[in-house]
Design a protein around this ligand. Structure first.
Ligand code: AHG
Ligand code: MN
Ligand code: MN
Ligand code: MN
Length: 324
């Protein structure tokens, strides 16, 4: 089986990007090790702090964030990093070619129940127009040069794209290396599976309710087929399932918090997952536009997310546009 770096060389990925992914995989192994030690490593539970998103931070949110930040900022190709857990960006090397945005620990509520979590990353080129500070990160997702995630599940997997398809690597813990286990992920265009947090039903817009009602109606309803539902409560694990066997994943607009109708973050969750899904032949939409075309206004911006099997995303959008 192919190792990570030789695969990247074969794909003619730029040396700087290879260096960044190498740094990320070192972090991934460290986080994976600590997670698998669980309570034995004393890393479970919450801190007393709140992050910029208004969420209580778990010890592992803080630990993973610190690890990623420290090690990425030692890489000479990294100009700056932005994190879900940090209010502002943190600068690295002045002549670094890349910006790295990350969600250090996705699915934090799963940590204490020994369930799936991940790390999501998005790499953008450093703009050459003299912009500075967090403005540098405000580029549409289509500008990403690499994006992916690490899934800490029963096995630890590194899944990423550099724009040449989606590659999957699995951590071989006996040798401590990521080995290529799927060269080219493809999401089937049709599906009978969806993922949404159903407990928010009452908060959705009526068109989204109608779409879900019709999925639930099964083969005697307007969709004429039965749908299955899954919700892992970690986007990284739900998207991984979509990449493996298709499906529709959504965290749609809801009216729980006036003025804050979305949950997922564009830079750390929406863009990297949209890039992967599109590279695997699927679709990723905010409900208003293609996610990768959104011009970000600030680094912690939140958006609606509807992604997965192309035909099902299109069907969902046709409901949202009021054609049902
Ligand atoms: P994070 O743990 O990085 O803050 O992200 C959690 C996100 C996402 O991973 C997941 O799909 C969603 O929140 C789960 O939301 P619910 O708790 O509403 O199910
Ligand atoms: Mn969080
Ligand atoms: Mn997250
Ligand atoms: Mn997180």
């Amino acid at each position: 089986m192919q190792r990570l770096i030789p695969t990247l060389r074969r794909d003619q990925v730029a040396e700087g990007l290879i260096s960044v992914i190498n740094t990320l995989q070192i972090c991934a192994k460290e986080i994976s090790y600590r997670l698998h030690q669980g309570e034995l490593a004393g890393v479970l539970g919450s801190t007393l702090d709140e992050n910029i998103q208004g969420e209580t931070q778990k010890k592992l949110d803080v630990l993973a964030n610190q690890l990623l930040k420290d090690i990425l900022l030692e890489n000479k190709f990294v100009r700056a990093v932005a994190s879900e857990e940090e209010e502002g960006i943190v600068e690295g090397f002045d002549d670094g070619r890349y910006l790295v945005a990350f969600d250090p620990l996705d699915g934090s509520s799963n940590i204490d129940i020994n369930s799936m979590v991940g790390t999501i990353f998005s790499v953008l080129p450093t703009p050459e127009d003299g912009r500075s500070g967090s403005e540098m990160f405000l580029q549409p997702g289509r500008e990403q040069v690499m994006a992916g995630y690490v899934l800490y599940g029963p096995s630890t997997m590194l899944v990423f794209t550099t724009g040449k398809g989606v590659r999957v690597f699995t951590l071989d813990t006996t040798v401590g290396e990521f080995l290529l286990t799927d060269e080219n992920v493809e999401i089937p265009a049709d599906t009978c599976e969806f993922a949404i947090n159903m407990s928010n039903y009452r908060h959705w817009q009526p068109e989204m309710r109608t779409y879900i009602d019709d999925l639930l109606a099964g083969d005697t309803g307007p969709r004429c087929k039965n749908f299955n539902m899954r919700w892992i409560a970690a986007m990284v694990a739900d998207v991984h399932r979509v990449l493996c066997r298709g499906g529709l994943f959504t965290y749609p607009w809801d009216k729980r918090k006036p003025g804050k109708p979305y949950k997922l973050r564009l830079m750390y969750e929406g863009n990297p997952m949209a890039y992967l899904v599109e590279q695997a032949g699927g679709r990723a939409h905010s409900g208003e536009q293609r996610i990768l075309d959104i011009q970000p206004e600030h680094i912690h911006q939140r958006i609606g997310v509807i992604l997965g099997s192309a035909n099902e995303v299109d069907t969902c959008l046709s409901y949202l546009q009021g054609s049902h």
